[in-house]
Design a protein around this ligand. Structure first.
Ligand code: RB5
Length: 149
């Protein structure tokens, strides 16, 4: 189950993301917004991020104008590793090496076809583990407010 959320600026890209999920047969839960009127992206970021952090959803995809604000907000929820991404290489590596559990895209930054490729590669790539698991565990330690070294 994929959590999806967006603000008014990200909403135009939502059908594109959903089309990829449908193509791959992956179910999703849409946490809004459902309207084009101006809204505050942290509210929607938090809804999707909490669903991922709690295990209700496996991964999350969030959308705003740049991907920056909604991605930053998602990363404030404990347990979230959200990659703000506008290229397929970063999308792939964020799963392979960083075990990103959320993806943030900017509807004013990436075009429809690039967004589809990013979502496809991000969803179809798995964490490599090994040495990267140690580093992700250190990120999680920071997330818990612990000191490193
Ligand atoms: C909304 O105008 C815009 O600021 C928002 O979608 C996002 O790009 C913020 O990071």
């Amino acid at each position: 189950m994929i959590a999806i959320a967006c603000d008014h600026a990200g909403i135009d890209l939502k059908p594109t993301v959903i089309s990829v999920l449908d193509e791959l047969g992956i179910p999703y839960k849409d946490f809004g917004t459902h309207k084009r009127e101006s809204c505050d992206y942290p509210i929607y970021a938090a809804r999707a991020a909490k669903a991922v952090a709690s295990g209700e959803c496996d991964l999350g995809i969030v959308l705003c104008g740049t991907g920056a604000g909604i991605g930053m907000a998602a990363n404030k929820v404990r347990g979230i590793r959200c990659v703000i991404c506008s290229d397929t290489y970063t999308a792939k590596m964020s799963r392979l090496h960083n075990n990103a559990n959320m993806l943030s895209l900017g509807s004013r930054v990436v075009g429809t076809e690039l967004a589809k490729d990013i979502v496809r590669v991000w969803l179809m790539t798995s964490f490599e583990g090994e040495r990267h698991a140690r580093r992700v565990a250190l990120i999680d330690k920071l997330d818990q407010g612990e000191e490193l070294e």
